[in-house]
Design a protein around this ligand. Structure first.
Ligand code: SF4
Length: 326
């Protein structure tokens, strides 16, 4: 691992200044992804700005919103009474991620900022436009069974690995950030980027911007929810594909729906057209199959991930059936 400077500011502005003024500085919180990347030489920051002393750990209601501090641990959020009662989909998605040990270290902000697990990104002997812009994409013609079926470009076909983020995009979360130009709010759907010609940029954060909290508005999705994660072993594995499903059902009819997929794109993939196809329909398997067909429109596979074109609709139907039955 490269040598690096390490600082631990106690004020947000000092942390922001430290990163904004130094292109080689990075924030670190739980470090569950960044330290791995540094050990492998994938990321080589020359300064780490440890933000663990900042006061961003609270989970509290503000009006009709639940504000979750960016430094709240994944395990804390998953076990929080307000989260479990008002946003159970988020608790399910968090508990589907990683392992208990990692959930006890990883923070909400860090979870959103974790980087793709594309094997070519982690292998510094291989071409990767995300790690080294202009070097090519090893996965495009390589082993791409974990890769995207939506929203990819000819520069990068990686997927975002977070489970938590799939629930947050489904639940219309908003990201609060603080930076050199002040504070701003970013709708969760606009927080992560598609790769386009700049796959090295995972998010729309500006240099030096620090995530301070995630806001969740109250919603009717407090009961009929499910997070369906398909993976190669029962725990501690990234999703081949996942589905976050939330239904508001009145007398057997769907009043409102939220649907998003993970493991299919460079960002958590909200399925708004499929949601609209569910509203006003009976909560039956036939309805769910129609919505799944809408959800998969435009999907395109590569050599080794064609199975996702069949797994996707099956997982959507299963998630919706399970949510409706809760
Ligand atoms: Fe790199 Fe993206 Fe290609 Fe993976 S898919 S090798 S992350 S450019």
């Amino acid at each position: 691992m490269n040598q690096f400077q390490y600082v631990r500011p106690t004020k947000p502005q000092a942390a922001i200044d430290a990163v904004a003024k130094d292109a080689n500085a990075r924030f670190i919180a739980g470090g569950t992804n960044l330290v791995d990347l540094m050990k492998r030489g994938v990321m080589t920051p020359q300064k780490l700005v440890d933000i663990n002393r900042l006061d961003f750990r609270k989970i509290e209601r503000e009006g009709n919103t639940l504000r979750i501090g960016a430094l709240a641990l994944n395990s804390t959020v998953a076990n929080d009474r307000q989260v479990r009662e008002r946003h159970p989909l988020l608790a399910l998605a968090l508990n589907a991620g990683a392992s208990p040990q990692l959930r006890n270290m990883a923070t909400v902000g860090g979870n959103m900022l974790q980087r793709t697990r594309c094997a070519y990104f982690y292998d510094i002997t291989m071409p990767c436009n995300k790690r080294q812009p202009g070097s090519g994409c090893g996965a495009l013609e390589g082993i791409n069974r974990m890769h995207a079926i939506f929203g990819f470009s000819d520069k990068c076909i990686a997927v975002h690995p977070s489970d938590m983020s799939v629930a947050l995009v489904a639940l219309d979360a908003t990201v609060q950030v603080s930076g050199p130009k002040g504070n701003r709010s970013i709708p969760f759907a606009d927080f992560h980027r598609l790769p386009g010609d700049t796959p090295e940029k995972d998010t729309n954060l500006e240099p030096g911007e620090l995530i301070t909290a995630v806001d969740l508005p109250d919603s009717p999705f407090t009961k009929h929810v499910h997070y369906q994660k398909v993976r190669e072993r029962a725990s501690y594995a990234f999703a081949l594909l996942s589905v976050a499903a939330a239904l508001d059902i009145d007398n057997g009819t769907i009043r409102a729906a939220r649907l998003a997929m993970g493991g299919v794109a460079h960002k958590p993939w909200r399925l708004t057209a499929a949601e609209q196809a569910l509203v006003g329909k009976p909560a039956t398997e036939a309805t769910f199959q129609q919505a799944a067909a809408v959800a998969m429109q435009g999907a395109k596979a590569f050599k080794y991930n064609e199975y996702k074109l069949r797994l996707g609709p099956n997982a959507i139907v299963q998630a919706l059936k399970t949510a409706a039955a809760v």
